[in-house]
Design a protein. Structure first.
Length: 307
């Protein structure tokens, strides 16, 4: 929950989440929709999907007892090698190297490693360094200190080398290359996609559609989505057997994903007649306020707030 979100914001979410899902069995048995509902507002829903899937895996594969070894923890959904080692160190004092973004930066600077840390050759070198530095005992203290060093001293923008406990043998400091390391990601053109989303309104309610279990915004409730060039009236007739009138376009929304940029063209649509057979599972008519309480993608939530 704390990834990209401040502690003060997270606390009420955390308390509500734990009150509703007090242990791993409760979380594993809960329907995904309910988990997403309690995650709603934190964004990055993929983490909630993973948390739910990991709880199921712990119950099914490990008889509801969380595994202790980093290697086994890393087989759970959403948990990579570094996170697994951090969990094993903090929860069980196990010995294992971590290599999150902050630690990559510290090691790249301290050892003067060139190249983008996400590149496999550089990453392998950093893992080897991280492994070689592991102490024999007090793993928890060491791991926390390394994370804190990256988060508070060897920061990305303004490292405080004057206060750094490892400054005496830091290669980047010695060679005056602190600002140049770690090397940035090689520039790459980000693909661009565009979709039209429909704000279909009927008697004060808006139509929400549940997205499929795979792909972007998997399992979330969202506005119906069509090709930018598609005919809205024809689409609604074919998809819902509904008679609608296409309304005005709303301001365009730009949204950045890790691998592409999405331009969203929202359009108002008035439903004149809506046959009962279009009230299928996966479709919901909600007032704007009720819709805002659902598990929505962030840009769709922003759009509904402006209506
Ligand atoms: S001396 Fe500066 S660059 Fe080197 S590890 Fe410490 S804070 Fe980072």
């Amino acid at each position: 929950m704390l990834q990209q979100t401040q502690v003060a914001t997270v606390i009420p979410y955390y308390e509500r989440f734990l009150a509703t899902f007090p242990d791993v069995r409760a979380l594993a048995l809960a329907p995904l929709d309910r988990v997403l509902e309690y995650w709603s507002g934190l964004g990055y829903y993929r983490r909630a999907h993973h948390l739910h899937a990991a709880a199921k895996a712990v119950v099914e594969r490990h008889a509801a007892a969380f595994p202790h070894e980093a290697q086994t923890i890393a087989t759970l959904p959403g948990i990579g090698r570094s996170t697994a080692a951090a969990i094993a160190a903090f929860a069980f004092g196990a010995r294992g190297a971590i290599l999150d973004g902050n630690v990559r930066r510290v090691l790249a600077r301290h050892r003067g490693i060139d190249g983008f840390p996400g590149a496999s050759r550089v990453e392998a070198e950093l893992w080897a360094i991280a492994e070689s530095l592991l102490p024999e005992r007090e793993m928890e203290t060491y791991t926390q200190a390394l994370m804190d060093l990256g988060a508070t001293v060897c920061t990305r923008g303004s490292p405080r080398c004057g206060e750094c406990p490892v400054a005496t043998d830091c290669v980047a400091l010695r060679d005056d290359r602190v600002a140049a390391l770690p090397s940035p990601r090689p520039a790459k053109e980000v693909p661009q996609r565009a979709v039209r989303v429909l704000v279909i309104e009927r008697a004060g309610a808006i139509l929400l559609e549940q997205r499929s279990a795979a792909g972007i915004w998997a399992g979330l409730w969202s506005l119906p989505e069509i090709d930018v060039e598609a005919d809205v009236v024809r689409h609604c007739r074919a998809r819902y057997a509904a008679n609608v009138v296409a309304g005005p376009n709303l301001p365009v929304i730009e949204h950045a994903f890790t691998h592409f940029r999405l331009t969203i063209h929202p359009q108002r649509v008035a439903a004149r007649s809506w046959p009962l057979r279009a009230e299928a599972p996966g479709l919901l008519w909600l007032t704007r306020d009720d819709a805002l309480a659902a598990a929505l993608p962030a840009p769709i939530r922003k759009l509904l707030r402006t209506l």
